[in-house]
Write a protein of this length. Structure first.
Length: 617
């Protein structure tokens, strides 16, 4: 049906018409409601050229309509939940809902307006009142932009608004993504926005366009530059600036070439990864030029293949360059995964909505198959380049992914931004409970605070082999804070404790955890907390699907514990170097030590780990 609509020779309603080329709609006297309803029904996006001329573009008509309906329904769920939160949120004296982060006001006002504009979305308040509230909040956000061309922060907005938002200092972060998303909102809802709101948006766009913040050369190929690249394409098109558009296109090509050849240095960094996805999806949704749109599609294909590689039912398996509290020890920043894959329940809490309910690009079929078909275990062994100071290092990540768990991480310790590297874990699919879904151990370091199980210290080594992880900890921190205990975070489940071991069952999976030293186990609201003292310490974690354990005659935790009694790790904790040796249930002999730099540390069945097999692709 959508293709038939696209082939309409001419549509007339009042003073508006679609031209013979079916490419433009000229509104001289009002809004053709019938056309707008058809456009929404058949996935036709409406995009602004100026205040009087709109371009109607087909939105990937070749895609299966049924699949698109599923994706659209999931986005509508997000819109409904976000709008409900906005309805329940009191407006502060400032005219805003939130002062901690200005972007949340823009996001929730967008969702409230979208819900009010769609009769299919339930609302707890009158739709006219909802629209009015949303527009007032949007207008207040727009007024906080720095509009002084002589200012060093020209075109920017404040981030944290403090007690008095109109006195808050501008910050470099909000406009990077929010500025582009404003163009998307404006183009999507242009026809229903009152002229005073349109004018306010146009003024904001003019200041963004003239601001120099995004007109910078590529250097780090990270999330900031990804958003700058998208902004060049979006504002270059909006203002018919060929030079800016060409610059954006060059940046897009160079960025894609870089990550294809060297991998993503921001590995597994969830807040940043989703900014890559949103920036380029926004540019793709708005692109008029078919060639640029195709190149943006190639970038998005790469990103979704990258996401799928480490996907396990709403969870991100493996190492992360950065994790915020809503990413670890439970995956909560999951809205884009929910829309794309939909194999877990939409959570009640949505700590980072951003534009997950609006933007959409369908992942390649191969990526979706990788993410959703985990019947056969796979080993992911990949490398990426990372510039640290002025030195470029090659990092190596290994993850063993099955239907019920994933096990692995990064071989190298790196002091990432805010010391937030999450080096390794056992990952479990998201469940409807509030339990954490990551199991890991670390010695706290710089930035750590009690109750926040992130920020590890230096002086540790790891070994990854299929479903088993070995880790040794040596307290040799030379810079920054270091803490004596090692900390373990375990999901809720059934756990048996011995003097130096734990045996657990989580979601149809058995886990054996062996400790070098004695430990304490404490139950928290959403996890089990392990603490263990010792300048030298270590842990071995072997995970096995309960179905595989059953084939070995291990049907209960007690049987599992008895089977592992003859396979306890051998620790050399007093000598130098510290060593652990372990024989897995599959009879693989693993040996890990903390030795001098440059010497082999990890051996699997007598052979040093071969990193030459780790590739970028």
């Amino acid at each position: 049906m959508a293709a038939k609509l696209w082939r309409f020779f001419r549509y007339r309603s009042g003073a508006a018409h679609i031209g013979a080329d079916c490419g433009t709609v000229d509104f001289t006297d009002g809004t053709p409601r019938q056309l707008i309803r058809l456009a929404g029904k058949f996935h036709i996006a409406v995009g602004l050229v100026d205040a009087r001329l709109l371009i109607v573009k087909r939105h990937e008509m070749e895609r299966n309509e049924g699949d698109l309906d599923v994706y659209r329904d999931r986005r509508l769920e997000i819109i409904e939940k976000a709008a409900a939160k906005a309805c329940a949120q009191p407006i502060l004296d400032s005219g805003l809902w939130f002062h901690q982060d200005i972007r949340d006001n823009f996001y929730y006002a967008s969702y409230l307006y979208a819900a009010a504009a769609d009769a299919a979305v339930p609302l707890s308040i009158d739709r006219a009142l909802a629209k009015e509230t949303a527009l007032k909040v949007l207008a207040e956000v727009l007024t906080l932009q720095d509009r002084d061309p002589q200012s060093a922060t020209y075109g920017h907005w404040p981030l944290n608004l403090g007690l008095s938002p109109r006195e808050a200092r501008p910050h470099v972060l909000p406009v990077e993504l929010m500025g582009s998303l404003m163009v998307y909102f404006y183009r999507t809802y242009y026809l229903s926005l009152p002229e005073w709101v349109r004018a306010a948006f146009r003024a904001a766009f003019e200041h963004i366009y003239r601001s120099p913040f995004y007109k910078v050369p590529l250097e780090h190929y990270g999330h900031h530059e990804a958003k700058y690249t998208a902004a060049k394409l979006i504002f270059g098109q909006l203002y018919k600036d060929r030079a800016l558009t060409d610059d954006g296109r060059r940046s897009l090509r160079l960025t894609l070439e870089r990550i294809r050849q060297h991998g993503m240095s921001e590995y597994g960094s969830l807040p940043w990864f989703w900014h890559w996805v949103q920036a380029f999806t926004c540019a793709w949704e708005l692109a008029d030029d078919s060639e640029i749109k195709s190149e943006l599609g190639s970038m998005l294909d790469y990103l979704w293949n990258e996401r799928a590689r480490y996907y396990l039912k709403g969870a991100w398996a493996g190492a992360r360059a950065r994790s915020l509290p809503h990413d670890l020890p439970r995956d909560r920043n999951v809205l884009f995964d929910y829309v794309q894959f939909g194999d877990f329940s939409l959570p009640d809490a949505m700590p980072r909505t951003e534009y997950a309910g609006f933007l959409f690009y369908e992942a390649p079929a191969a990526a979706r198959d990788t993410a959703l078909n985990r019947a056969e275990p796979v080993e992911v062994a990949r490398s990426c380049a990372k510039t640290i100071g002025s030195v470029e290092r090659k990092l190596h990540q290994y993850v063993y992914i099955t239907e019920r768990f994933a096990s692995g991480g990064m071989w190298e310790r790196v002091k990432e931004f805010d010391n937030e590297q999450h080096r390794w874990d056992v990952t479990f699919p998201l469940a409807d409970s509030e339990s954490v879904n990551h199991l890991y151990f670390f010695r706290p370091g710089e930035g750590w605070a009690e109750g926040d199980p992130r920020h590890e210290s230096e002086g540790s080594e790891v070994l990854f082999h299929r479903n088993t992880i070995l880790s040794l900890f040596l307290n040799e921190e030379k810079e920054g804070a270091s803490y004596g205990d090692i900390i373990g975070v375990l999901p809720k489940g059934s756990w048996l404790k011995t003097e130096t071991a734990l045996f657990g069952e989580v979601g149809g999976t058995y886990i054996a955890v062996f400790m070098m030293k004695k430990f304490l186990l404490e139950e928290k609201a959403d996890h089990m907390l392990v603490t263990s003292e010792g300048t030298v310490n270590g842990v071995v974690v072997e995970t096995i699907d309960r179905r595989d354990a059953g084939r070995l005659g291990l049907a209960t935790l007690e049987q599992l514990a008895r089977a592992f009694n003859s396979r306890m790790p051998q620790w050399n904790e007093d000598g130098s170097p510290a060593i652990v040796e372990y024989l897995t249930l599959n009879d693989d002999n693993l040996r890990l030590s903390i030795m001098e730099p440059g010497l082999p540390k990890a051996f699997i069945n007598g052979k040093a780990v071969d990193f030459t097999k780790y590739g970028v692709r």
